[in-house]
Design a protein around this ligand. Structure first.
Ligand code: FAD
Length: 435
């Protein structure tokens, strides 16, 4: 049988669930990747993630060629490209790994429908997470809304169903053979309207055991670079989550962070409205401020609060921001500037190399105090206390805001005490209306 395998958030051959099954079940499997024009159209021409993907696709293509096959790369709408390709090449079935975001779910359903109309088959698999949307549920079969309970059940589930990695190479001979003469070249990024100029360093695809060893005591200090930096690799599946979790089993605090990732994936699936609206509808009534100048000062790291400015500058220059500082900058944006979380969320979305809708939206809502298992609305991160605790020697601040202690540095754009009082009053007003 002839099959098509569609790479999406799983840019690897090794331990790839749908690819493994596609190879096992068919005698000729052709791998493809599509630069989805619907997604590309929303991005800036110097988007660094596209460069990351392009580089990974290039490596994948070379790997497939070693196996006497090739990765075909397209640019356009998958809904149109895939059914057409299946007809042209007389392909019986499509294999892919599941994606839990609202846009992808809708797109995949359209494709499935079109393929069924052609009397062909579609097989989709869980690969991006250990436990997917309905595998960790409450006793009444509804989703957990509190992370601690979710995590406890997630860990129990794991004890009952140990992780199995899949050895894709056992069936690699079933890749479609492509004569070197007929192999295609990877189109340069410019063909898609993107610049190929890499401005930031991409984290290595390497699990640093020393880092995991010290993670529990060092992860909150942004100057230390003590987190795994695996975000982008988990986002695009250049690393298998099963491989990472197997190692994480020895490092409890690190494992708990990976479970947050799955918690958010599960939530976005069950509550797709949360991509744009407060998880709790009530909080849609909060009257956020809007001040373009202050938003710009936040975005460019000119707020006069060094830990906030250091974080925003780290983000602007490296497309990464340390988790502790993500919390501080997001809290400052929503709770001290009183701005709508969606504006901040979109800013992170445009910049972060490891941007993931589910985790970004979930975390922003957590910080803003409007999510399903959010920090209580009255808990506001104080940037000055956070700095004293997590950057006591100003090492992180000195790196990103060298002029911090001089006349060149701006004075604070907001008063921490009164701004906190203002936002709490807004929350209280909304809660009072509820009665
Ligand atoms: C406002 C805000 C926005 C965020 N946006 C994103 C985002 O767009 N994409 C994203 O992957 N994470 C996001 N996070 C979570 C977290 O900050 C990043 O996952 C982490 O900083 C990535 O660095 P790392 O790979 O070194 O993480 P590590 O600390 O080494 O953690 C390992 C992996 O666990 C996962 N993880 C860790 N912490 C969290 C968390 N709190 N929630 C969900 N997953 C987590 C990530 O996949 C991460 O790569 C956000 C957090 C906040 C507060």
């Amino acid at each position: 049988m002839n099959a098509l395998f569609w790479h999406r958030r799983d840019l690897r051959i090794d331990d790839n669930t749908a690819l493994f099954h596609g190879l096992k079940d068919n005698t000729s499997l052709l791998p493809i990747f599509i630069f989805d024009s619907e997604i590309l159209n929303g991005l800036k021409s110097d988007d660094q993630r596209i460069i990351f993907i392009h580089q990974e696709i290039k490596k994948l293509k070379e790997e497939y060629q070693i196996y006497s096959s090739d990765l075909l790369v397209y640019n356009g709408r998958p809904e149109e490209i895939i059914p057409k390709l299946m007809l042209e090449l007389n392909i019986d079935s499509l294999y892919f790994n599941k994606d839990y975001e609202p846009y992808a779910i809708k797109r995949d359903k359209t494709i499935e429908k079109k393929i069924y109309e052609l009397n062909k088959s579609v097989f989709s698999y869980k690969d991006h997470v250990i436990f997917e949307e309905n595998e960790v549920l409450k006793n009444d079969n509804t989703p957990f809304l509190v992370y601690t309970y979710y995590a406890k059940n997630w860990i129990e589930n794991l004890t009952n169903s140990p992780i199995e990695s899949l050895n894709t190479s056992s069936f690699i001979q079933n890749l479609k053979k492509i004569n070197p003469k007929n192999r295609t070249l990877l189109p340069p990024l410019e063909t898609f309207g993107f610049s190929a100029k890499q401005k930031v360093v991409f984290p290595e695809k390497k699990i640093d055991l020393q880092c995991l060893e010290n993670y529990y005591k060092e992860r909150d200090f942004p100057a230390l670079q003590a987190t795994s930096r695996l975000g982008v690799h988990l986002r695009f599946g250049t690393l298998s989550i099963r491989k990472v979790v197997k190692l994480a089993l020895n490092y409890d605090v690190f494992l708990k962070e990976l479970i947050w990732r799955e918690f958010y994936q599960m939530l976005i699936y069950h509550f797709p409205h949360s991509a744009q609206f407060a998880f709790k509808k009530l909080y849609e009534q909060i009257e956020w401020n809007y001040d373009e100048q202050k938003i710009n000062q936040w975005m460019t790291g000119q707020t006069g609060f060094p830990i906030v400015d250091a974080g925003m500058r780290e983000l602007n220059e490296t497309c990464f921001m340390h988790n502790r500082v993500r919390m501080i900058t997001a809290s400052f944006f929503c709770k001290n500037l009183g701005m709508d979380w969606r504006i901040g969320e979109r800013y992170f979305a445009n910049k972060l190399l490891d941007y993931d809708l589910a985790s970004n939206v979930g975390s922003w809502q957590w910080v803003a105090g409007i999510g399903c298992d959010a920090a209580p609305y009255f808990r506001v991160f104080n940037p000055e206390l956070q700095q004293q605790k997590f950057d006591p020697n100003f090492a992180y601040i000195k790196k990103w805001v060298p002029e911090w202690n001089s006349d060149l540095y701006p004075t604070p754009i907001v008063d921490l005490k009164t701004s906190k009082e203002e936002i709490l009053a807004k929350f209280k007003k909304v809660l009072k209306q509820k009665g």
